[in-house]
Write a protein that binds this ligand. Structure first.
Ligand code: GLP
Length: 241
């Protein structure tokens, strides 16, 4: 594991964007695994800025997102499909037909999960997976559990996640209770994994996840075993060291 210590959120975002842009410059047809949440937004903004300056070209990339709420369609402003368009895709030259995300409206769970795993395989796997860190150690929506779930699956969101994510909704009742998420094996098979973490409220979980035992009770801890994992965290998130 490589650790990049950033001064603050802005610095963290630029460092992560540097890694992602280097990936795309070196391999223009990269498959990027992308994440939602507030943590990666700054990196997306920086990449948009560099795109506007002509420094990076996204015309050949393909993207696969980690997760999507079940029951929200892609036009719903709370869906991750909408989040990705608003915060990234609409501002760069990625082709919309090359952007993929689980379909929250597919009620055939087994079919949707198998479809998404097959899709990742058909793209040749993920070159670089960007991740945030949930307050309980979740990655994507892989919640704390007794086991690591390998492939894409349906997950019931924990109370901690519902509480953490309600800030994006009008009320707590509106937060969907379930989601589709890539599994741990999908994430671990990415050639390179980059996680962005910012803020004091993540400091305890950063310590548990990356400096404690590897356990499905803290899903992000599995990343300690990844051969090319970079944690880009700001001083506040690293304050427990
Ligand atoms: C959601 C997403 C995760 C993300 C997490 C952290 O639960 N499914 O992929 O990492 O939020 O969000 P934030 O970056 O806003 O703390």
């Amino acid at each position: 594991m490589k650790l990049i210590r950033a001064r603050d959120y802005a610095h963290m975002s630029r460092q992560a964007a540097n890694i992602i842009s280097a990936q795309v410059i070196l391999k223009p047809d990269s498959v990027l695994g992308l994440a939602t949440g507030s943590s990666p937004i700054g990196a997306y903004r920086q990449l948009i800025d560099w795109f506007n300056k002509g420094d990076v070209d996204f015309s050949k990339i393909k993207t696969v997102n980690l997760d999507e709420y079940i029951g929200l369609n892609a036009e719903n402003e709370q869906s991750y499909a909408y989040f990705m368009r608003k915060n990234f895709f609409d501002h760069i030259n990625v082709r919309s037909e090359n952007t993929f995300i689980p379909c929250g409206m597919n009620t055939d769970e087994a079919q949707e999960c198998a479809r998404y795993d097959a899709l990742i395989r058909s793209l040749g796997g993920i070159d670089l997976q960007l991740l945030g860190l949930g307050p309980n150690g979740h990655i994507g929506f892989n919640e704390p559990d007794d086991v690591f779930t390998k492939g894409t699956h349906r997950v019931e969101l924990t109370e901690a996640t519902i509480q953490a994510n309600k800030r994006f909704f009008e009320s707590e009742e509106e937060v969907p209770r379930a989601a589709y998420t890539m599994g741990i094996c999908d994430i671990m098979q990415a050639l390179r994994v980059v996680m962005v973490v910012s803020g004091e409220e993540k400091a305890e979980i950063v310590k548990k996840a990356f400096f404690g035992p590897v356990t499905p009770r803290v899903p992000a801890s599995i990343l300690q075993l990844h051969k090319d994992f970079t944690l880009v965290a700001d001083e506040a998130a690293l304050k427990c060291f």
